[in-house]
Design a protein around this ligand. Structure first.
Ligand code: SAM
Length: 313
């Protein structure tokens, strides 16, 4: 297949049909203009190459298309005449989202989830560490993480600060195997990890915190998002404390991070629940005199700092 001046609408339909007839791991190949053949050019502009007309498209466009079509974009092959052959590999449906382990071990060491290293994901680490900067992490002493799993979010704090001996970090998760890994990683006395159900958080008598972090956890189906969120703010956050919440806006499938939140009963990405929950938290915190921002891409980060005393910016 060779695409020259076909519209993106046509290309999507042609590729969709090809992929529908392929088994997982099958590859579709098609030739297009090499994105390096032009510069300072937006997708959609015409480019003449050896008197043949092509529509220019950059790599971002092809990567987006790969995500939309549920394929992995393999390294394109370069041809002599400033075209390249794109290769799209169809994904299998392997995903922790459909795992049927016990609810506590759905995210355990044996799960597909444990193979995901979000700190190596440019979009996640950039926006998460930006949120940590915005809450002035250097000045936060007591930090609570709900749904800590094996401790990635504390790893990032350690990477940023070099040393976090002066802080008191508390993590909670009901997944036994993940908490075991976190305990092996953080042996210092300043990190306390509980294998415990967030629904029964009060029995731990944790006190109040300068920063509360929760990534990809509070929207879990076993938790009642809105009442839980309000009780966490009322009972566990100091008046001058800060909050970082991460709302997943992607799915992890067969080694790929596919953009867009998915909810039950929709075969495609639907972000209504994400927007609704994020706006609920934002309005609630604003009423309580917090400055709130929403940032990120594959994860949407809500960052809140109090106008009281050590709020930053
Ligand atoms: C999607 S994972 C996110 C883990 C980690 N924050 C991250 O982003 O990599 C959700 C985590 O919340 C934990 N979790 C879900 N419901 C829980 C509950 N009721 N009590 C304690 N932990 C819970 C799961 O075990 C899992 O580790």
């Amino acid at each position: 297949m060779r695409f020259t001046t076909q519209s993106m609408f046509e290309i999507i339909n042609i590729l969709k049909e090809k992929l529908d007839n392929l088994d997982a791991k099958g590859v579709v190949e098609f030739e297009v203009l090499d994105p390096d053949a032009a510069t300072s050019t937006y997708s959609g502009n015409k480019v003449l190459l050896n008197s043949e007309e092509f529509i220019y498209r950059g790599y971002k466009n092809w990567v987006d298309l790969a995500q939309i079509l549920y394929v992995k974009m393999l390294t394109p092959k370069k041809s002599k005449d400033a075209t390249i052959t794109m290769r799209f590999e169809k994904l299998s449906s392997d995903s922790f989202h459909s795992a049927d382990a016990s609810k506590e071990e759905k995210y355990g060491v044996e799960s597909i989830f444990s193979e995901i290293h979000k700190l190596e994901d440019a979009s996640f680490i950039y926006h998460y560490t930006q949120a940590l900067k915005n809450v002035n992490i250097n000045n936060r002493k007591r930090v609570l993480n709900l749904g800590i799993n094996s401790g990635d979010e504390f790893d990032a704090i350690k990477m940023m600060l070099g040393d976090f001996e002066d802080m008191e970090l508390v993590g909670v998760d009901y997944c036994e195997s993940a908490i075991k890994v976190a305990k092996e990683k953080f042996r210092g006395e300043n990190v306390t990890l509980y294998q415990h159900d967030i629904n029964e958080l009060d029995t731990l008598e944790l006190g109040k915190f300068d920063l509360i972090i929760s990534i990809g956890t509070l929207q879990s189906s076993n938790l009642n998002f809105k009442p839980l969120f309000m009780s966490i703010i009322q009972n566990y956050l100091k008046p001058d404390g800060a909050v970082i919440l991460g709302f997943p806006n992607c799915r992890w499938i067969d080694g790929e991070n596919i953009y867009g939140a998915r909810v039950k009963n929709y075969p495609y990405s639907e972000m209504g629940l994400l927007y609704q929950d994020a706006m609920f938290c934002k309005k609630y915190l604003q009423q309580k005199k917090f400055r709130v921002t929403l940032t990120g891409k594959d994860y949407i980060f809500l960052t809140a700092t109090s106008f009281n005393k050590i709020g930053c910016f």
